[in-house]
Design a protein around this ligand. Structure first.
Ligand code: AMX
Length: 437
């Protein structure tokens, strides 16, 4: 069955479930908000809803209720491959069920039928000045496709609210299909001075990316599949997912909302941390002329902290243990590149940095997140241009973001519009709360 038909089957039961919850229990309290949360980036305020993934502070991500090892075990894989079809993951995120091989292949086929990128898109990207970071190129490439939005077109024609999800899903399938070609266009033009080949219809999504970027080895195909899977979703409060949700809540289409999400991902506290992490590791190698001793690395980490900088790849807004996405990539490295110098260094950093951060006592989470290692694996296979790593993160993130937005439209989620207060109002609230009765 086509993913669109399967999705259509799911919509009525979810609409009813949400309708009933809001109608019967709409006034039940979920959380309380403190002044420090209002000033503190709304950290931990329970005010968003997504059924696609959930991040437990101690366990990490679950996609549709499944841990990463479960997802890797259960999803169908290409013949002889260890890591699953990206199409199967997309099916799981969108539909909420483990796909059969046929389901996964059906999504892969949808993508093959939609993966042509009009020539002018690469033209827009290539005409940007050479020193442009790949994320603005990526963001522009995505926006350049907006004129093809089926949602925007249908909206202009006058569309019933109940149908919003349909062209949104169409747009999502279109953009997820094309985004790897946009990334490959950036990579090949910017760093290799040539053009990416067109997608190969005989290859799956991950393998096709490896082909277009110019590293058509089995191992890099495996890494690509795994990489996109791991970066896909991390519930909905992170900057990229939340940005996409917010922008789409104004009924902006997927091109507008995902491009905006990428601009948020480009921040060093979020997705840019993967490039910053690799830069930090390279600085270590350069300073010590190779992998340093534990003591030397400890000193280097303290120097970073004492200069008022963060150690990229460590800490998290929600997690309080080692990120299982980090652990999964660490296992990949142990299997395929145990003797790689950078990989050995990343292991040593894992040994040293959490202790240093704990001793400093500021970071609530001293443990590594996904960005502490993802660049190391890319570097090993020849993607040595750090600036590109956030684009790779972005390709994965689109899978989760788009699934979330399609569901938001299906469930009629409204315009997001929280309320602001002034500092004086907060001061008055504070005084009232502390005054003896
Ligand atoms: N190095 C140094 N200091 C750190 C730190 C790190 N890796 N992680 C947190 N801290 C500091 C914070 O800067 C903050 O300092 P302040 O009180 O002087 O402002 C203090 O510890 C408390 O912060 P927190 O509540 O533990 O973290 P947070 O929720 O505010 O921020 C994050 C989370 C990820 C931004 C932060 O841990 C960080 O800056 N890490 C490094 C960058 C990084 O790896 N980002 C990627 C995260 C994953 C992702 O989105 N891709």
């Amino acid at each position: 069955m086509k993913i669109k038909d399967k999705f259509a089957e799911k919509v009525p039961e979810w609409r009813e479930r949400v309708r009933k919850l809001v109608k019967d229990y709409g006034d039940v309290k979920v959380d309380e908000v403190t002044i420090s949360q209002v000033y503190g980036g709304m950290r931990n305020i329970k005010s968003l809803v997504t059924d696609i993934s959930y991040v437990d502070p101690n366990e990490g991500i679950r996609f549709r209720g499944y841990t990463i090892p479960e997802v890797l075990e259960k999803l169908p894989k290409p013949p002889g491959a260890k890591y699953p079809y990206v199409g199967g993951l997309y099916y799981l995120l969108l539909i909420g069920e483990i796909p059969t091989e046929e389901d996964a292949l059906e999504v892969e086929q949808e993508w093959k039928e939609r993966n042509d990128v009009p020539e002018y898109v690469c033209g827009v990207i290539n005409r940007m000045p050479d020193d442009t970071h790949p994320i603005p190129q990526f963001s522009q490439g995505i926006l350049a496709l907006q004129r093809n939005s089926k949602f925007a077109k249908r909206y202009q024609e006058g569309m019933n609210r109940d149908e919003y999800w349909e062209p949104m899903l169409e747009d999502s399938l279109d953009l997820t299909a094309k985004v790897t070609s946009i990334a490959a266009c950036i990579y090949r033009h910017k760093y290799k001075g040539d053009e990416a080949p067109p997608p190969d219809p005989n290859l799956d999504y991950g393998a096709n990316f490896a082909h277009m970027v110019g590293i058509p080895t089995k191992e890099y195909e495996e890494l690509s599949r795994l990489y996109f899977l791991l970066h896909s979703d991390h519930e909905s409060g992170n900057v990229s997912a939340h940005t996409a949700h917010l922008v789409a809540s104004a009924l902006s289409d997927i091109y507008f909302s995902f491009s905006a999400a990428m601009n948020g991902l480009a921040g060093p506290l979020h997705g840019l941390a993967n490039q910053e992490s690799l830069r930090w590791l390279m600085d270590v190698l350069e300073k010590f002329n190779g992998v340093p001793s534990k003591e030397e690395l400890e000193g280097f980490a303290w120097d970073t902290l004492n200069s008022g900088l963060v150690i990229p790849g460590y800490g998290h807004g929600v997690l309080r243990k080692t990120d299982p996405r980090f652990s999964t990539l660490l296992e990949f490295g142990k299997q395929y590149m145990p003797d790689d110098k950078l990989f050995k260094l990343a292991n040593l950093v894992y040994d040293v940095v959490p202790q240093v951060l704990m001793e400093q006592g500021k970071a609530k989470d001293p443990w590594p997140n996904v960005d502490a290692i993802s660049g190391v694996l890319q570097y090993h296979y020849g993607v040595k241009e750090f600036d590109f790593y956030t684009v790779l993160f972005g390709i994965g993130r689109l899978l989760g973001v788009s699934a979330n937005i399609v569901w938001a439209r299906a469930l009629g989620q409204p315009l997001e519009r929280p309320k602001s207060l002034t500092t004086q109002m907060l001061e008055e609230i504070a005084i009232q709360a502390k005054e003896p009765a």
